[in-house]
Design a binder for this molecule. Sequence first.
Ligand code: SIN
Length: 277
Amino acid sequence: MNAIASALSVRRTAGALGAEIHGTGRLSEASDSLIAELRRLWLQHSVLFFREQHLSPAELVGFARRFGTLVEYPYLKGLAEAPEVIAIVKEPHEKANFGGTWHTDTTYLPQPPMATMLIARETPPHGGDTAFASCTAAYEALSPAMQRMLEGLRGINSSVIADKFRTREDVRPDLPPKLFEAEHPVIRTHPETGRKALFVSSSHTIRFAGMTEAESAPLLAFLFAHQVRQEFTCRFRWEPGSIAFWDNRCTLHDAINDYQGFRRVMHRVTVAGDTPF
Ligand code: SIN
């Protein structure tokens, strides 16, 4: 183990995915070798968590850029001081939250992001956790016959369902409302680890290519239930300054909406991805 790796404490969150990393120092000042070690850990655990990182929006952008090029989220306008950063805000009077269903980010785009980084600014006194699920664990738990059958299928992913759950106040006034749709393989191969993952979600996948919604529904219903079985998931409790950094190529997440009457504020950036294969 090199000196950088041995200075870190890595506490796994659950059996399938997730690790909380301590001993990094301030992430906005990370050395190149620390970034390389974090990338290795990230590929291993699919989602990394950090605590007590009170990075400004500009520092968050700087840290995220160490992993790739940042991309805009199509529905929300970024912060004035850091346009790459979107604010995810739920006010005490609001009932719906942003991202409150199991999903992989923006799979309705031809190239969904590689990664998402979320930092907590204001957290409710209880609840407001985010749950994550491993699409790799879900794929590997399927029978070989089911895996073979799914290999030949492609999913149609649409923004139509997710649209209902976005935070309305911040919708981009400069863009007309738009429906996005993209076709992706149901079984995706991770471009860095080579591992296969089940790449559908109940928030975005509406049918299989070449089939009707009615024909697709029974198998999709099985896959949606299968992919979030408890043993494939982990759950993160936020505090102000906590960061989650997830691999959007092999995970799902769900922002749990159990803190009615309280405010929750997060800042999010996304890192560009490639065309799933
Ligand atoms: C998201 O889906 O990006 C939001 C997650 C969260 O607010 O916990």
